[in-house]
Design a protein around this ligand. Structure first.
Ligand SMILES: *[C@@H]1O[C@H](CO)[C@@H](O)[C@H](O)[C@H]1NC(C)=O
Ligand SMILES: *[C@@H]1O[C@H](CO)[C@@H](O)[C@H](O)[C@H]1NC(C)=O
Ligand SMILES: *[C@@H]1O[C@H](CO)[C@@H](O)[C@H](O)[C@H]1NC(C)=O
Ligand SMILES: *[C@@H]1O[C@H](CO)[C@@H](O)[C@H](O)[C@H]1NC(C)=O
Ligand SMILES: *[C@@H]1O[C@H](CO)[C@@H](O)[C@H](O)[C@H]1NC(C)=O
Length: 388
């Protein structure tokens, strides 16, 4: 999600700097047999922003921000080295891959030259990505340091990938596998759009309308090509992120102690998005379109944190400063910042992105719990029926 935020005071953008890309090897990548019993899908295609990006972010240079994802302690928990994931460890998409007995998804930019050899799918998500086309931010003079890749760019990349497979869509001969055996995981996207517009005169309504229109267009295009199994993550409880907490007025709080206006913005966005998904379900009755309710999953954890093993709700694990262990100018990955001793007790990792522990809890709620509509088990059942 958010890798860029404007500060009200300085109007200075915070952004990502990335210099190294690590090759990921997965413990579960062996034995790629067609008949793998717990492997209902052969491929996953992922889209989204830094909540889903497993290494597509590119080097940017700038004064401050979440520019240090390639430095420790990023990656400390599971991979034991930075992987360009914005977390201490695995993301939701990694747990999705594990649950489906597939290896972790390679980032598109890493394998672009030999994308055709990517057997198990591709991750097109880019940190900082927007739902609205980049031209909009340029036109409104908001493009300074904004990640130029939008969800539209990710669709173009997917189209290139299809070309590399000799496919345009599922109706072309021998392209069925590219679609019929694939899970499309569309991670959260849209929070960056609101963040980039902070301090501008563009109303939230405009951002929402344009963001959802662009996003829906991309989903429609994927479905027209032949996507059959699609999971769409809604926006998270973005008003609970230390960054949002540190920027908002102290009286702008809801009943769980987070920023009311920001949580509400995400809530409304999700409501409009879900109505669009319902339209798409009618338009594409042969596809399964599941909504993963990030907002309510996150809220459920916030309301009973100890039940999920969390002690720290508002402070981030890796940061510096009061009162949320967060300061936009002294962020995780800088030499003068260290991580907490036990990240699994924290919901938030670096002020914006979540800990592996939280991503795991949320993934479980999506995949095994009651926070996907229709449930993920229904989507899997439909897939298995198709196979049988
Ligand atoms: C963007 O900046 C240019 C140059 O300063 C100015 O002419 C233009 O009116 C601005 N556009 C908007 C939408 O603010
Ligand atoms: C799918 O590909 C076929 C063959 O290339 C083409 O004729 C058809 O128009 C395409 N359909 C869509 C929905 O793009
Ligand atoms: C958000 O705000 C809208 C409009 O002001 C209101 O109708 C809605 O109940 C609010 N929802 C939440 C979850 O705060
Ligand atoms: C930490 O280091 C960064 C980069 O060198 C610097 O900008 C920042 O002011 C430092 N913060 C503190 C609290 O010393
Ligand atoms: C969901 O449940 C399955 C089966 O019990 C398990 O293998 C998987 O790890 C779970 N997924 C998550 C993210 O907890």
């Amino acid at each position: 999600m958010v890798s860029h935020f404007t500060s009200h005071h300085s109007h200075q953008f915070i952004f990502i700097t990335l210099t190294t890309i690590f090759i990921l090897t997965s413990s579960s990548s062996s034995a790629a047999t067609e008949t793998h019993p717990s492997r209902p899908f052969k491929k996953i295609y992922a889209f989204g922003d830094s909540f889903t990006d497993t290494g597509n972010t590119k080097t940017a240079t700038g004064p401050t921000g979440f520019g240090h994802v390639s430095n420790p302690p990023y990656g400390t928990t599971f991979f034991h080295h930075p992987t360009n994931r914005y977390s201490d460890g695995r993301l939701v998409i990694d747990f999705v891959a594990e649950t489906l007995s597939l290896p972790y998804l390679p980032p598109y930019r890493k394998i672009r030259a030999k994308v055709s050899s990517s057997t198990f799918g591709v991750n097109f998500a880019v940190a900082g990505a927007t739902a609205i086309n980049h031209a909009f931010f340029v036109k409104n003079n908001l493009s300074l340091d904004v990640t130029p890749e939008s969800i539209q760019t990710q669709l173009l990349w997917f189209n290139k990938y299809l070309e590399s497979q000799g496919c345009k869509n599922a109706s072309a001969s021998d392209c069925k596998e590219v679609f019929d055996d694939a899970l499309f995981w569309v991670g959260e996207i849209g929070v960056n759009d609101y963040a980039y517009a902070v301090g501008s005169s563009i109303p939230d309504d405009t951002i929402r309308k344009l963001g959802i229109a662009s996003f829906t267009g991309v989903l429609q295009s994927l479905l027209e090509k032949g996507a059959k199994y699609v999971v769409v993550q809604g926006l998270p409880l973005s008003g609970c992120l230390p960054l949002a907490m540190s920027l908002a007025a102290e009286d702008d709080r809801d009943n769980i102690g987070c920023v009311k206006s920001v949580n509400n913005q995400s809530y409304i966005h999700n409501a409009v998005l879900q109505a669009k998904l319902e339209e798409l379900r009618k338009q594409f009755p042969n596809a399964v379109i599941t909504y993963a309710d990030y907002w309510n999953a996150y809220r459920t954890v916030m309301k009973s944190p100890s039940q999920y093993g969390f002690k720290e709700l508002f402070s981030c694990c890796c940061g510096k400063g009061e009162p949320y262990n967060f300061d936009v100018f002294t962020t995780c990955g800088m030499a003068n910042v260290s991580a907490c001793a036990n990240p699994s007790k924290y919901i938030n990792w670096d002020g914006v992105h979540l800990t592996e522990a939280m991503y795991k809890v949320v993934s479980n709620m999506f995949l095994n719990g009651t926070f996907s509509h229709p449930p993920f088990s229904y989507l899997l059942g439909r897939k298995i029926k198709q196979c049988g």
